[in-house]
Design a protein. Structure first.
Length: 256
């Protein structure tokens, strides 16, 4: 069970938001914390503390007037910690190789692989061939709908018809090195983990999975460890003291 740190970038700033609040219209989101430090600062910290496999996530779409500012921040962080961080947000087969050259260990892909609610195997194979399985992470972030965890795309705004299940993981894992899965309904709320989702993911063991969403206390972390038997890696954002929360980052660093 490893801690995967994060650097979320929105409107040119490092910030923590409530996951389900993103809105491309006007580039709006409900903010938990806006940092006075840039992405490079956090990359330098994670490098110093020996934390690998963290996630840089660009939250604005490529059409946003803020996207270039986001990208600049992301590239500076990758340059600060080459090979230590992954990057996601608007990744496709064209820009993925550039991100690896810029220093990303992996690219994180969601929307490009899901079109019209379904897995688009043509696009999946394109990005797979562009960077190789060893550099590809698939983000299967999800929201609950009619009792099932359905994958959401486009900054978690659009439901697909694809369920997070052992069958879906079996289909996709030959193409990727890891999965990243945000429980979007609790993302940024520090209100407790999605226990049912964590149990589902913990029952599947063919490649690493990072769980994100709802961890707001040590008790939540202990519960995640208990449910997953320590098999799931985890991300904490808003609940960390780095981002205005109460969980000491210095304590979480030992999970590496």
């Amino acid at each position: 069970m490893k801690f995967r740190p994060c650097i979320d970038i929105h409107n040119g700033c490092v910030k923590q938001i409530v996951g389900g609040s993103l809105n491309d219209q006007g580039d709006r989101a409900k903010e938990n914390f806006v940092s006075g430090c840039d992405a490079r600062y956090y990359a330098r910290m994670y490098k110093k503390d020996g934390l690998r496999g963290g996630h840089i996530i660009i939250l604005n779409p490529a059409s946003s007037p803020f996207y270039e500012a986001d990208l600049k921040q992301a590239r500076e962080a990758l340059a600060e910690y080459p090979g230590g961080l992954m990057i996601g947000g608007g990744i496709n087969d064209v820009n993925a190789p550039d991100m690896i050259k810029a220093g990303a260990s992996h690219v994180i892909v969601t929307s490009y692989v899901f079109k019209d609610g379904q897995i688009n195997f043509e696009n999946l194979k394109k990005v797979y061939h562009a960077v190789g399985r060893e550099h590809l992470v698939l983000d299967l972030s999800c929201r609950k709908k009619d009792g099932r965890y359905m994958i959401v795309t486009d900054r978690w705004q659009k439901f697909t018809d694809t369920e997070v299940s052992a069958e879906t993981l079996d289909i996709l894992y030959p193409y990727c090195d890891e999965f990243l899965i945000h429980a979007v309904d609790v993302e940024g709320k520090a209100s407790g983990i999605e226990k049912e989702l964590a149990a589902l993911l913990a029952g599947w063991h063919k490649c690493p999975i990072t769980y994100a969403g709802g961890i707001g206390s040590y008790d939540d972390l202990k519960l995640l460890y208990s449910i997953s038997n320590g098999q799931l890696d985890f991300t904490i954002g808003s609940a960390l003291d780095l981002f205005g929360g109460t969980i000491p980052y210095s304590d979480i660093c030992r999970f590496k």
